[in-house]
Design a protein around this ligand. Sequence first.
Ligand SMILES: Nc1nc2c(ncn2[C@@H]2O[C@H](COP(=O)(O)OP(=O)(O)O)[C@@H](O)[C@H]2O)c(=O)[nH]1
Ligand SMILES: [Mg+2]
Length: 368
Amino acid sequence: MASPDTDTFLRLTSAGSGGIAVVAILGVGAERFVAAHFSGGVPIVGKVRVGEISSDSEVIDTAVVVRRDKMAFEVCVHSSPAVLSELSRVLTGQGFAETSPSDPPAVYADEAFLGSAPTLRAAVLMSRATPSRWRVIAAEWLSLLKHGERGRVPLAVAKAAGLIPLSRLIEAPPLVVIAGAPNAGKSTLFNVLLGWKRTAVSPRPGTTHDAIEETTELRGFPVRLSDSPGLGWGGDFAQLLHREADRTMKNAGLVIELIDATSPASLRLNSPVSMIRAHNKIDAAPSGYVVPPAEIAVSALRGENIGALRERIADVLCIPDEKDDFADPIPFGCAATLVAGVFAATQSGDWPRIETLLAVFAGQGELK
Ligand SMILES: Nc1nc2c(ncn2[C@@H]2O[C@H](COP(=O)(O)OP(=O)(O)O)[C@@H](O)[C@H]2O)c(=O)[nH]1
Ligand SMILES: [Mg+2]
């Protein structure tokens, strides 16, 4: 155990637990370290900054830095071994000793919550809406109720309830299925949307046999992307559509129907969920090829118009613009359940119920 005046750091999230790793940096030297190695500036207590964390010579990663108290910071970075070992190396070089997370200080009660953030933008939003923050908000609402200002509660609750869809987007990321005839370029598009090569791309129809799913980011929100080889692979397209892929389609937040502009199939999908129709291989399409106004032309191979397709996907999934900051805390997890419950009770004016729920929320009572 390090003595209290030693600068220390500890990994708050377990190895490989998710997309984001949280590293606490503690001690009198913590502020100096953040000032010297983080481009986002030193946050004040309770505040969050986004920037780049660097060694003396190069950028290690984009990071979110949260300040818990005068001598305690949390750095959220991508949970990759390369990033974490480089960060450890720099910290150790600056005289910080790594400690074990077996006995984290009480200030880190929200650690597991923040560590479940799938993206850095999610980490920013979640750092303002930790379980302990929600306990404070509930206690505030409860005190309004008890001090004759209950008229102010429903508006505050309605505002919070309006943010629940954002927590759902982060906690249960929507699935985007790429569907279409064999050879339409589904795997190529899948790779290009992910930004790296993952699936087998081949000029031979039906090369990709297994359903493949990866998580990517759109506007900083997590999105699951699926290459659906089952759709139209061999046999009868329509039959396969109903049998194998039907299951996947029902889970989809959105289907991208990919049409090969060099040999457009006459059959069109009839999807039970939102759909974007994209015409691929526009680089090689016959002259005079017409793309209907509501549809989009892309070249997965050349990366043409992929940015516009990403934006359209994000719009259909209601992912908020990067510029939307959401300074108000979003109800995540249990807070979402309770906010929804309190909101329903405000609608019916059930004040005893509201009081009970808020007391539970604030950690001052039990659900009856
Ligand atoms: N010219 C052109 N060829 C493409 C494009 N996208 C994919 N292809 C080619 O089409 C073939 C089939 O691609 P693939 O992604 O395996 O199709 P899938 O069967 O739908 O998964 C490959 O030879 C790709 O290189 C494109 O935008 N333009
Ligand atoms: Mg494929």
